[in-house]
Design a protein around this ligand. Structure first.
Ligand code: COA
Length: 394
């Protein structure tokens, strides 16, 4: 008897309703705008207002999946983030309440830089093999913050992806093989006392590429597949040019010719559209890219094998793959995602910097936050050191 396939049954993406055009940032920093647009491959960064955090973004991404699916079947909720709002309580529990999920549910938060959603995905798939009548909800949400005027600043961003995992999924059935790599390096980190990440960006890019090659070697040994067995690739995207660098490096390692612009556009291009508009979304970034690929590709991807590379600084890498399912298009939320990205408020430079400088109050007093444009949930305030979330009538 064949084992039943397991994988991604539905995907939903959310990003803040405010965006800074990187041409505006380039002017403020006296930088050639082509450095951001062509050199980094970024057009805009999503900017979360003070009443958004990873909980509100994650809940906004997950809400449509909970509303359309069988809520009572959700028995595993994994929240992947490196922008946690509490050192003890998992963001998953805030989400559990906001989404009114069943109490018979295992709910935790997971962290490993930009990689943890992939660990969540793999753990959930193994769990589903034992509980095929249940579904798992994985939510990845992050806010990428670097210091103002630092090299990382133009790669900032924010957003969330929610995934429903199930047996016989409608979108992507995962292959069992996965190539892994872990090493103790300091390429990017954020000490508990800082709200901005520290990064050695050039070093991080090199470690990313080395991790990719290690993961690929192990994946290839397990699966026997070569580059030609893949129709598309999705790479973790600290900035979208990284996918082109990564694919070029992989091709070279496989002894293939360097991919030309047309080949790169076909193999990785559709997966870059959303990330170009949001900037880095850390744990959500790879899955935002997958959503972009499935939503925006003109080609019929049914039956296509997609290679995915997940990377989290520090560092952990994983190369894995999946096959797009026959009726995948009916399970997409492409129109909602298109509207979300198009209907954003453009910020002027000073508005961006003012929002950036706002810090969450830490005095334990009662604070009500001004209402900005958000999704269906917002952070209404803080009182007695507790975050107070509320549903927003849209
Ligand atoms: N027109 C077109 N391209 C230009 C340009 C211009 N006027 N000016 C520069 N560029 C290109 C550069 O040639 C370079 O391309 P290359 O990588 O192909 O050589 C690219 O733009 C970036 O320029 P560089 O000088 O390397 O940028 P930087 O030192 O200011 O910073 C990063 C780039 C990516 C290192 C920085 O943004 C960063 O640290 N980002 C965070 C990355 C991260 O989060 N990593 C951890 C998670 S994986």
């Amino acid at each position: 008897m064949h084992a039943r396939s397991v994988g991604i049954d539905a995907l939903s993406f959310y990003c803040p309703r405010y965006a800074l055009d990187l041409k505006v940032l380039a002017e403020a920093r006296s930088v050639d705008p082509q450095k951001y647009a062509a050199g980094l491959g970024q057009d805009c960064m999503a900017v979360p207002p003070p009443d958004e955090d990873v909980v509100t973004m994650g809940a906004s991404a997950a809400l449509p999946l909970v509303q359309e699916g069988d809520r009572d079947a959700i028995a595993l909720l994994l929240f992947a983030t490196e922008s946690g709002v509490d050192q003890s309580k998992a963001a998953a529990l805030h989400l559990h309440g906001l989404l009114d999920l069943p109490h018979g549910c295992r709910a935790v938060e997971m962290k490993q830089a930009c990689y943890s959603a992939t660990a969540a995905l793999q753990l959930a798939c193994a769990w589903l093999a034992l509980h095929p009548d249940r579904t798992a909800l994985i939510v990845a949400a992050d806010i990428a913050r670097y210091e103002l005027r630092s090299p990382g600043e133009p790669t900032q961003g924010a957003g969330a992806v929610a995934m429903r995992l199930a047996v016989e999924p409608r979108l992507l059935a995962l292959d069992p093989e996965a190539g892994l790599f872990a090493d103790d390096v300091m390429d990017f980190w954020r000490p508990n006392y800082r709200s901005e990440a520290l990064v050695d960006g050039q070093y991080s890019t090199r470690v990313y590429l080395q991790s990719l090659l290690h993961c690929w070697a192990q994946y290839r040994e397990q699966s026997g597949r070569g580059l030609a067995d893949f129709d598309r690739f999705c790479y973790h995207l600290p900035f979208t040019r990284m996918a082109e660098k990564a694919h070029g490096r992989l091709a070279r390692a496989c002894g293939a010719p360097a991919p030309d612009a047309e080949t790169l556009a076909r193999l990785v291009g559709d997966g870059l559209r959303y990330n170009r508009q949001t900037g880095n979304t850390y744990a959500a970034s790879l899955y935002e890219g997958l959503t972009s690929l499935l939503d925006t590709s003109d080609a019929d991807l049914a039956g296509c094998r997609i290679g995915l590379f997940s990377y989290g600084s520090g560092c952990t890498g994983e190369f894995f793959s999946g096959v797009v399912q026959p009726d995948y298009r009916v399970a997409l939320r492409a129109e909602a995602h298109r509207r979300l990205l198009e209907d954003r408020t453009a910020l002027e430079y000073q508005q961006y910097e003012d929002i950036f400088q706002l810090a969450v109050p830490t005095d334990g007093g009662e604070h009500a936050f001004a209402q900005y444009r958000t999704g269906p949930f917002r952070l209404a305030g803080i009182g007695q050191h507790k975050r107070i979330y509320e549903r927003v009538d849209e």
